[in-house]
Design a protein around this ligand. Sequence first.
Ligand SMILES: [Zn+2]
Length: 511
Amino acid sequence: MLPTSLLRTASLAAALFLCAAGVPAQTTTAAHGVRPARLIIRNATVVDGNGTPAKGPYDIVMEGNTITQMVALDPVAMKGGRARRPVAGAAGAEIDATGKYVLPGLIDVHAHLQDERGGIPQPIEYEMKIWLACGITAVRDVGSDTKKALAWRDSSNRGAMVSPTIFVYPMFGRPTNADSARAHVRELKAMGADGIKLLGIDRDIMQVTEDEAHKLGLRIAHHVGVEETNAWDDIHFGTTSIEHWYGIPDAAIPDGVQNFPASYNYNNETDRFRWAGHLWREADPKRLDMVLDSMVARHVAWVPTFDIYEASRDLQRAQTQPWFKDYLHPTLEQYFKPDPANHGSYFFGWTSTDETFWKENYRIWMNAVREFARKGGLVGAGDDAGFIYQMYGFGLIRELELHQEAGFNPIKVIQHATYNNARILGKESELGRVRPGYRADLIVVNGNPLANLKVLYPTGVDDIRDGKVVHTGGVEWTIKDGIPYNGPTLMREVKEMVAKARAERGTDQPR
Ligand SMILES: [Zn+2]
């Protein structure tokens, strides 16, 4: 016979935990957009963001906006009696992840907050909802309307806006002297910027800007074009991440300048993108190796944004992506059409020869990114969507496919978009992991992304089961800051938004 005190303890324990074999007595399925006091994802296979293999199953407990517990349910843990299943409680909710994969929420470190394109309005909810439906729980905005971006960031942090967490890196502009550059860095810091985005900057201004930013603890993202500065300046001045790629091969050209035709004009975008397709082949492999080694030694990360140039190597693919039919907003559709006045809409007379050079360009570029990672370099993932036929969210998933094409194991690809991106943001102790103590930013995926990254697309994939075609895939739940969002619900809302905008503008279908 047991003493009463022990019996009381035992029944208390039974109330808090169900035994390993037990099925939870009652479950409340998570409600879209409502943060429960306690949220449990049950029976999930986990792919963490730190580059380790899939493992599971686990019950994952979140309280408020924090992951608090992971209970292993594998046979060894069950046999050892450690697998006491947690319960959600009266104010709690659950998500059944049996047969599903749970990953850290994806982070897009090269995003632009866009509520217009080419001066035509586009509701910000459109971008936000697609991002969440694609499993994106945080974005680094690298250039938009700074005041609006800061307001959206704060609203998202309060839970007042359906949105990923936003980090704002305002576009720095082109101060004319050192004093105004330093003053501008201080001004952005005072406004509450999380970092700074550099583009088209001269060397002396870049040096003082980075110096001032380092003093104030602001990180630097640099779109390094074919300009006065190249990757050597990022290495010397302490850039956090190189965006895109141009300044890397440019730093490895023996004569210091690409072999442009005499008629080349950098401000003509058709010229610029056409000849960019010849840039990697002019980089000297030995010099390139030194550039990559130096980037690694000085902790300069690389966010290649492969996806945003894909139209250059395969224009037809880019123009006919299947999700355009239901989800391409007419504003974005209009913006994508070739127009010399819209950045990135440069496809005039694009030839098979252009595409062939670009295909070679990608092969050298992808090898360089893989080599950089092998040397210990930090590779991140961002999509730069809203330009050149790339839709928000879908662009990041395509980016992940291209990282796989570059030769990375899908486990590493997921690491690029989660923990590596968190490191680029300086948030690696809060974001990018499925680990107790980390932010409750998780996604529940209907399928195994290690077998097929395409399961992450909200439009899903077709599979064969028992001889029948089954439509499956998609991110079923995106949990941001402890708030669960149902992916299919978000995409229904996006589809309605697009249909309404098309009806108003008299365009039924994308042309
Ligand atoms: Zn960009």
